[in-house]
Design a protein around this ligand. Structure first.
Ligand code: NAD
Length: 360
C-alpha cells in the first residue's frame, strides 16, 4: 500500500479545529484510494513559543523536511502580540518558507456558483471566476539588501536574480498548460528597472511554452482589472510584494476568507495552508469554516501527492455541499442551513462517498 508522510502543524486559534476537520477528509481519501497517510504532529506559532520559547524549533523544521508534504493551520493571537517582531508566532511562517525553500505561493480564487452572491462585487462580475495567483515568495523587496532605517530615512531594495524569475515563470507557464493556457505577468516595468528585468526574463522563458498566451500588465492596472473584470484572468504571476497585495484583492472576490486555500512550493518541499489567520474571535466555538483547510488538502493531493482525482473529488464535494445550502456562521444568511466546523467536514465526507466512483 502506498503511504505518505504528512507533517501536521495545527498552530493556534482555529488552526487545530480546521486541521482536525480536514484530516478527517484526508482519512476518507486514504480509505477510498487505498493509500496510507502517516501524520507527524508538531507545535508551531504561539503554542510553540509557550512550550519551547521559539515559534519554530529545529526539530519541527527537520520533521517537515522528512515529510512528503506539510499541512499548516494558522498561527498567532492576542496573547503573543506584544512580543518583539522577531519573536512573534508569525516568524514561524517566514522560517518555514526559508527552511523549506518555498519560492512559489499559489492562491486559487474560485467562486463557487452557490456563493456568487456572497461577494462584495456584483454576481455577474464574479460568477465563473477561476484565477490562480502565483506569487514569488522568497525574493524581491521583502528580502533585498541593503535595507534599514535611521532618523532621516528608511530604505529597502528590490532585487531579483535571473534564476529566481526563471523558476517562478516556469511554475506559472506549467500551471497555465494544465488550466486555460493564459499567463498575465504583473510588474511595474514603466518605472522600475527590476521590473523590466523581470519582464525580459518572463518573455525568454515563454519561448518554451508556445501553447501558452502571455500578456504583461502594470500592477496598478492589474489591481483595477481584478475588481473590474476578474474573469479575464487565468494565471497571474508576479513578484513578492505585488503578489502579496494582488492575492488579497483576488481573495475578496470570493467573499469569504474561510474559503481560500493556498500552496507554497519549492524544489523539494511543499506546504499547504488556508489563507486565513487564527481567528481568535471565534476560536474554540466550533464556528470556523474548515473549507479553506479542506481545499488546501485537495491542493496537496493534486500538486504534490499525485492523487489529482481525489483532489478534484474534494472540490466537487465542497461545491455540492454549498449548493445544498449548508453554511458556517460567517457565510450564513436567512434560509441557509447553519452548520458547525465538524458538521461541515462530515457533509463533505458524506458527499465524497456519493461521488466515489469519480475517484475510484
Ligand atoms: P484572521 O484571518 O484570523 O481573521 C479575520 C476575520 O475573518 C475574523 O473575523 C475571523 O473570525 C474571520 N475568519 C478567518 N478565518 C475564518 C474561518 N475559517 N471561518 C470563519 N471565519 C473566519 O485575521 P486577523 O484577525 O487579522 O488575525 C488573527 C491572527 O492570525 C493574528 O495573530 C495574525 O497575525 C494571524 N494571522 C496568521 C496567518 C497565518 O497563520 N498564515 C495569516 C493571517 C493572520
Amino acid at each position: 500500500m502506498e503511504s505518505y508522510k504528512i507533517a501536521v502543524l495545527p498552530g493556534d486559534g482555529i488552526g487545530p479545529e480546521v486541521m482536525q476537520a480536514a484530516l478527517k477528509v484526508l482519512d476518507t481519501v486514504g480509505e477510498i484510494e487505498n493509500v496510507r497517510f502517516d501524520y507527524e504532529y508538531a507545535q508551531v506559532g504561539g503554542c510553540a513559543i509557550d512550550e519551547t520559547g521559539a515559534p519554530l524549533s529545529k526539530e519541527t523544521l527537520q520533521m517537515c523536511q522528512r515529510s512528503d508534504a506539510v499541512l499548516l493551520g494558522a498561527v498567532g493571537g492576542p496573547k503573543w502580540e506584544s512580543l518583539p517582531q522577531d519573536q512573534k508566532p508569525e516568524q514561524a511562517l517566514l522560517k518555514l518558507r526559508g527552511g523549506l525553500g518555498l519560492y512559489s505561493n499559489l492562491r486559487p480564487t474560485v467562486v463557487f456558483p452557490a456563493l456568487a452572491d456572497a461577494s462584495s462585487l456584483r454576481e455577474e462580475i464574479v460568477s465563473g471566476v477561476d484565477v490562480m495567483v502565483v506569487r514569488e515568495l522568497t525574493g524581491g523587496i521583502y528580502f533585498g539588501t541593503p535595507k534599514g532605517a535611521d532618523k532621516n530615512k528608511g530604505w529597502n531594495t528590490m532585487v531579483y536574480e535571473r534564476h529566481e524569475v526563471e523558476r517562478i515563470a516556469h511554475v506559472a507557464f506549467d500551471l497555465a498548460q494544465k488550466r486555460n493556457g493564459r499567463v498575465c505577468s504583473v510588474d511595474k516595468a514603466n518605472v522600475l528597472d527590476v521590473s523590466q528585468f523581470w519582464r525580459d526574463i518572463v518573455v525568454e522563458v515563454h519561448k518554451d511554452y508556445p501553447d501558452v498566451e502571455l500578456e504583461h500588465m502594470y500592477v496598478d492596472n492589474a489591481a483595477m482589472q481584478l475588481v473590474r473584470t476578474p474573469k479575464q484572468f487565468d494565471v497571474i504571476v508576479t513578484s513578492n510584494m505585488f503578489g502579496d497585495i494582488l492575492s488579497d484583492i483576488a481573495s475578496m472576490v470570493t467573499g469569504s476568507l474561510g474559503m481560500l486555500p493556498s500552496a507554497s512550493l519549492g524544489e523539494k518541499y511543499a506546504l499547504y495552508e488556508p489563507v486565513h489567520g487564527s481567528a481568535p474571535d471565534i476560536a474554540g466555538q466550533g464556528k470556523a469554516n474548515p473549507l479553506a483547510m479542506i481545499m488546501s488538502v485537495s491542493m496537496m493531493l493534486s500538486y504534490t501527492l499525485d492523487l489529482p482525482k481525489a483532489g478534484a473529488a474534494i472540490q466537487t464535494a465542497v461545491s455540492e455541499v454549498l449548493e445544498e445550502g449548508y453554511r458556517t456562521g460567517e457565510l450564513y444568511r436567512q434560509g441557509d442551513k447553519l452548520v458547525n466546523t465538524d458538521e461541515m467536514s462530515d457533509l463533505v465526507i458524506k458527499k465524497m462517498a456519493e461521488v466515489r466512483e469519480n475517484i475510484a
